[in-house]
Design a protein around this ligand. Structure first.
Ligand code: ATP
Ligand code: MG
Length: 578
């Protein structure tokens, strides 16, 4: 492609509201433009990258016998009422009425549509297993659209759904999907981890994994072991139990609890200063509301409550910290002095807090705490469970290694849904014995447009983007120093044609611009190989530079072309083709 006519509007400065590096660079380098908050146009270069990512996804999906189709973005909301998600999904679901006053939603995901499609077309187990996928624009009215393509309100997703007669069959497809996802993210050049995740609102039994691109801007926390391959997101991660405090249980049990006068000591930090003890001897009591009912949660002072785990333990739909008024009503004391002794609401205590021989807790009275409180003696917890977040440096449950924390961007997600949708929507098949059985399902998403941002977060420097070759908009960028120089333009065209014939995607900068501008733009746009045709053109030599390297080399034209073709072969072989 010739750059002179290419719609590639680059910017010197990033718009001030773009915080993430990837957002700034995709705007500056002319890949995307914003139309409204979280809503973008993909300009020609952006679209080329999206198409390359989509192609990789297609190849890997087709390889595991998934079949591509395309479903409507407009979905009758009756389907959402049938599945029970109409209210659960909340405001992210964009709803509207057609001229006949029938309500529709813009698809944020397609479990309802595909399950009803398969319900009417698949009736026998002989048609299974079946895996279908699409690459399509999704709509979610996100509360906080941000970071450009990372969290859009309209974005490109690959969503796949599989249908089975047994859990074993689903397990097989799930494993193959897992492998396909690994291949996809590897081919896209991402540094990622596959992590165990929580099934969340979409529900279902069995496993779910998230694929996390590691990047500081990521909204998720990836917990991984430094010595085995355990990795989970923070919501799900568990750590080995560890009692740091050496205290004799028998002595602790024989001692009555004591009241401490602690005026103005409301936080754990203040209590640490006041008592001179480590936070792991102190226990926080937090009052939550679970489906409208108050619950006390006890956790060690050095730990944080994991609300996902807590929700599961309480089997609650809605969970939130109670406000000050409720806390005061329930405990009879101002916030900061809550404790379990004499409390008349259910008490959940984290395992490691329960492990403490004795603890310091609030006394449910302004300016007082109790010390030497013993769980089971001075208060009786309703539930002892792991309800805390793993912490950096904790020991791995599997191998005893050290848990590390990274920030991650969720680029893919695979779920075993089981019969959650097929039961609600009545999608079943008859098995060998003629019995009707609900279909067992899996679903598998990839944020195609989010991948662009994730890749740029991981691959850039102060001058611009550095695309991995497999998804770069072009493989080679030829820059003509002076287009008025006929020798230079002729040589550049010759290289351009030779490389294109060899199947490379080539961008030829034939603009009438100062060379400094062209080189700056080339760095910004981030094509892997740059060939500059300038003053050495007369003796058949050009400058070759990889975007990943600082220095350029002077090469003969033949050699430069041969190297580019060789690179192509190398990239192809990395493409995972069998
Ligand atoms: P998140 O926790 O980031 O909101 P999600 O759990 O809602 O993600 P899924 O419903 O599993 O996401 O969607 C499948 C994939 O679509 C995600 O793994 C992610 O890569 C992508 N995705 C989800 N929401 C967005 C969005 N608002 N913008 C861009 N990509 C998105
Ligand atoms: Mg979401």
């Amino acid at each position: 492609m010739k750059q002179d006519k290419l719609f590639l509007p680059t910017l010197r400065e990033a718009p001030s509201d773009a915080e993430a590096v990837s957002h700034q660079l995709l705007l500056r380098a002319g890949y995307i433009r914003q139309t409204a908050s979280g809503i973008y146009s993909y300009l020609p270069l952006g679209w080329r990258v999206l198409r390359k990512v989509s192609e990789i996804v297609r190849e890997e999906m087709d390889r595991i016998d998934a079949q591509e189709l395309l479903m409507p973005a407009m979905q009758p909301t009756e389907l959402w009422k049938e599945s029970g998600r109409y209210h659960v999904y909340g405001q992210e679901l964009i709803r509207f009425h057609d001229r006949h006053d029938r309500e529709f939603a813009l698809g944020p995901t397609h479990e309802e549509v595909i399950t009803t499609l398969v319900r009417s077309e698949v009736s026998s187990y002989r048609q299974l297993p079946l895996t279908l996928y699409q690459i399509q624009t999704k709509f979610r009215d996100e509360r906080r659209p941000r970071f450009g393509l990372l969290r859009g309100r309209e974005f490109l997703m690959k969503d796949a759904y599989s249908f089975h007669r047994s859990w074993e069959e689903l397990d097989g497809t799930y494993r193959r999907m897992h492998q396909a996802y690994r291949a996809i993210f590897q081919r896209c050049g991402l540094d990622f981890r596959a992590v165990e995740a929580d099934a969340g609102a979409i529900g279902g039994e069995g496993g779910t994994h998230e694929f996390m691109a590691l990047a500081d801007i990521g909204e998720d926390t990836v917990v991984s072991c430094d010595s085995c391959d355990y990795a989970a997101n923070l919501e799900k991660a568990t750590a080995a139990r560890h009692i740091r405090v050496e205290e004799d249980r028998t002595i602790a049990a024989a001692r009555a609890f004591e009241k401490l006068h602690t005026p103005g000591v409301k936080t754990i930090r203040e209590l640490v200063t006041f008592t001179g003890l480590e936070a792991d001897r102190l226990v926080k009591t937090l009052i939550y509301e679970a489906d409208g009912q108050p619950v006390a949660v006890l956790i060690r002072g050095d730990h944080e409550v994991n609300e996902t785990k807590l929700k599961h333990v309480l089997q609650a739909e809605e969970l939130a910290l109670a406000d000050a008024a409720i806390t005061e009503r329930v405990t009879g004391a101002p916030v900061g002095f809550a404790g379990p002794v004499g409390l008349h609401i259910p008490i959940v205590i984290d395992c490691e807090a329960a492990d403490l021989p004795s603890m310091i807790v609030g006394a449910n009275e302004d300016s007082y705490h109790f010390s030497q409180v013993v769980a089971g003696r001075d208060f009786v917890p309703h539930t002892v469970a792991d309800v805390r977040n793993a912490a950096e440096g904790d020991r791995c449950l599997a191998c005893g290694g050290r848990l590390e924390f990274h920030r991650g961007i969720e680029v893919g997600h695979i779920f075993k849904l089981g019969t959650k949708y097929s039961e609600k929507l009545g999608a079943s098949v008859t098995d060998e014995s003629g019995q009707e059985k609900p279909l067992i399902m899996g679903c598998y998403g990839i944020g195609i447009s989010r991948i662009l941002s994730a890749v740029v977060e991981q691959n850039q420097d102060e001058n611009g983007i550095i695309w991995p070759a497999a998804i770069a908009p072009f493989h080679v960028h030829i820059v003509v120093v002076s287009i008025k120089d006929e020798v230079q333009t002729a040589l550049a065209r010759q290289i351009y044609q030779s490389l294109r014939r060899a199947g490379l995607d080539v961008l030829l900068d034939d603009r009438e611009e100062r060379v400094g501008v062209k080189l700056k733009d080339a760095d910004l746009v981030g094509i892997p190989v740059r060939i500059v045709v300038g003053k050495y053109a007369a003796d058949g030599r050009v400058e070759w530079k990889m975007r990943t390297e600082r220095e350029a080399m002077l090469l003969g034209v033949e050699e430069a072309c041969a190297m580019a073709k060789e690179m192509r072969q190398k990239w192809e072989s990395m493409g995972g083709g069998e």
